[in-house]
Design a protein around this ligand. Structure first.
Ligand SMILES: Cc1cc2nc3c(=O)[nH]c(=O)nc-3n(C[C@H](O)[C@H](O)[C@H](O)COP(=O)(O)OP(=O)(O)OC[C@H]3O[C@@H](n4cnc5c(N)ncnc54)[C@H](O)[C@@H]3O)c2cc1C
Length: 239
């Protein structure tokens, strides 16, 4: 049996697994906008990561997606209720991010708010039950690796339980194989969330990118890193 029911996982709770969960000071409202005439042209064809740290902490992460869709993430401290509740109030964000005015006004009542949090378990399995994804190892999204680790570990799980060996032992071997990379990625993401270090630039170093560069257990071919051809704009404001 596989428990993959997300960060609040009732299945994990019912198994009585020992672990720890931690919430961080920030959360993110995420929205996927349809193609819009208001968001076309050069300024909108690149990733924009824009922070304001003073007089309050707010961040807008913008990314063009496939078929003209646009992803927008609005980050704010959890206790800043005016910026952490839905529907969003453009008047809260526009004074800090006037360049996003048209995008903010397209959001309307859409959006989903999540608090940054981690889940860390003493073990990823109990007997013949495996726990995978956020139920086992949720992490803040600073390295964009939560779903990636979930999928890598799920693929690896399939590999380990498919070799005909006894399931309980296979689950322990699976965890022994994959756990270190997930723990590393979770710890680094949590550190970046705690310090808000992305406010001074993306952390594109080998420490942060270890999971992104990993070849998943069970993948058939080596994946070559994408060429760094896409422009990434970063703006960090302190006033
Ligand atoms: C703000 C934010 C930004 C993120 N950005 C990124 C990113 O850029 N890149 C990245 O890789 N990851 C990112 N993540 C992390 C990513 O969203 C999660 O790691 C990923 O969704 C975990 O997948 P999961 O399947 O384990 O859990 P979930 O996506 O939570 O899925 C669990 C599913 O189980 C279902 N379920 C629950 N109980 C039952 C039940 N009893 N019966 C049937 N179904 C049930 C739920 O409905 C849900 O669909 C982000 C997370 C957050 C909060």
């Amino acid at each position: 049996m596989v428990a993959a029911d997300g960060v609040r996982s009732p299945l994990r709770e019912s198994l009585g697994v020992v672990g720890a969960r931690r919430k961080y000071q920030d959360g993110l409202i995420r929205v996927l906008l349809e193609e819009s005439a208001d968001l076309v042209g050069e300024p909108w064809n690149r990733v924009i990561d824009s922070w304001v740290l003073n007089p309050r902490t707010l961040r807008i992460l913008y990314a063009p997606c496939e078929e003209g869709r646009r992803y927008i993430g609005l980050m704010a401290p959890v206790d800043a209720k005016d910026a952490s509740t839905l529907p969003i109030d453009p008047a809260v964000w526009e004074p800090c991010f006037p360049e996003f005015s048209s995008a903010l006004r397209l959001i309307g009542s859409r959006g989903r708010h999540d608090v940054y949090e981690t889940t860390r378990l003493d073990a990823w399995s109990v007997g013949r039950v495996a726990i995978v994804g956020d139920a086992a190892h949720a992490m803040p999204p600073q390295l964009a690796q939560g779903a990636c680790c979930a999928m890598m570990n799920a693929l690896s799980l399939a590999v380990f339980v498919s070799d005909g060996s006894e399931i309980t032992a296979a689950l322990q071997r699976w965890e022994a194989q994959e756990r270190a990379l997930t723990d590393h990625t979770q710890a680094r993401s949590a550190e970046l969330a705690r310090t808000r270090a992305l406010g001074s630039g993306m952390q594109w170093d080998d420490v942060g990118l270890r999971a992104a560069q990993h070849v998943p257990t069970g993948s058939r071919r080596r994946v070559r890193p994408a060429a760094a051809g896409r422009a990434v704009a970063h703006q960090s404001l302190s006033s």
